[in-house]
Design a protein around this ligand. Sequence first.
Ligand SMILES: Nc1nc2c(ncn2[C@@H]2O[C@H](COP(=O)(O)OP(=O)(O)OP(=O)(O)O)[C@@H](O)[C@H]2O)c(=O)[nH]1
Ligand SMILES: [Mg+2]
Length: 250
Amino acid sequence: MIQLTIIKITGYGPWTLTLGSDREHRLQMLQSSLYKEIQNLFSEKNCLAFPNRFDEVFVITNGLTVRDHVEIQEKLSKLFELSFSMTIGQGNNPFEANSNADNARRENLILDKEHNIFGQPMQNGGDLVQIIHMDVDGSTSISAKKSPYEVSSLIIKLYSDMSEFFLRKNSLAFFMGGDNFMIINSSVDKADIAKFLELIKEHHGISFNCGIGTAKTGRDAAKLATKSLDTIREIRDSGKNEQRILELTC
Ligand SMILES: Nc1nc2c(ncn2[C@@H]2O[C@H](COP(=O)(O)OP(=O)(O)OP(=O)(O)O)[C@@H](O)[C@H]2O)c(=O)[nH]1
Ligand SMILES: [Mg+2]
């Protein structure tokens, strides 16, 4: 069982209009500072947040209670003049957790009214979380041959293929910056990942390295996934056999 929390700004659309048309710079500053604070407050509780279209954030919150969410809501309300909703979704895979969260929000299922926290009644979930950290092999040399915007265009195409491939397997992929992607994994195994890597190589001529991490919390799973990725680089740089996928479990 995986638990995701989706955080949204309450009444954001109408509020943006109150700022007049000279607003874009303010919205950009607000969105980045909100993401920073959410990452900060949830990482203190061993969670990891993922940016989703800048005005919404996904967080892997396995092990967190409604009370933990209330604590974070209280801190956020001291930092921002806007308020936020948090919707907790649990599921057998990340896609299902995201859908269950969405359904709970639409059905107005309240877990804590005062703090704007929604979700179906929570079950204790001690299951493991798996994160795949994917990173382009040698993006520096690719960037050297292309202009900055052409590199971005390539990254968007890679992200699009990745999102489609992994969504079919109930896993959620996020772009984390630079040439880095993280996937909240369901049951994609190494053979499936190898298939994806072949597809990307064939369509775009790009190789990914792929670290897998499994642990009880989002933050620990990400740490192990990144450690696996760094080990792949070490193996590559020592001139040993090429290895593209490596897994570490807590
Ligand atoms: N989000 C995130 N970004 C990173 C991480 N490590 C590096 N980056 C960024 O990713 C970009 C590319 O760095 P690298 O992937 O190390 O460069 P590379 O040439 O592809 O080297 P290799 O991946 O070792 O083949 C840089 O702009 C870094 O700032 C990470 O763990 N997470
Ligand atoms: Mg790279």
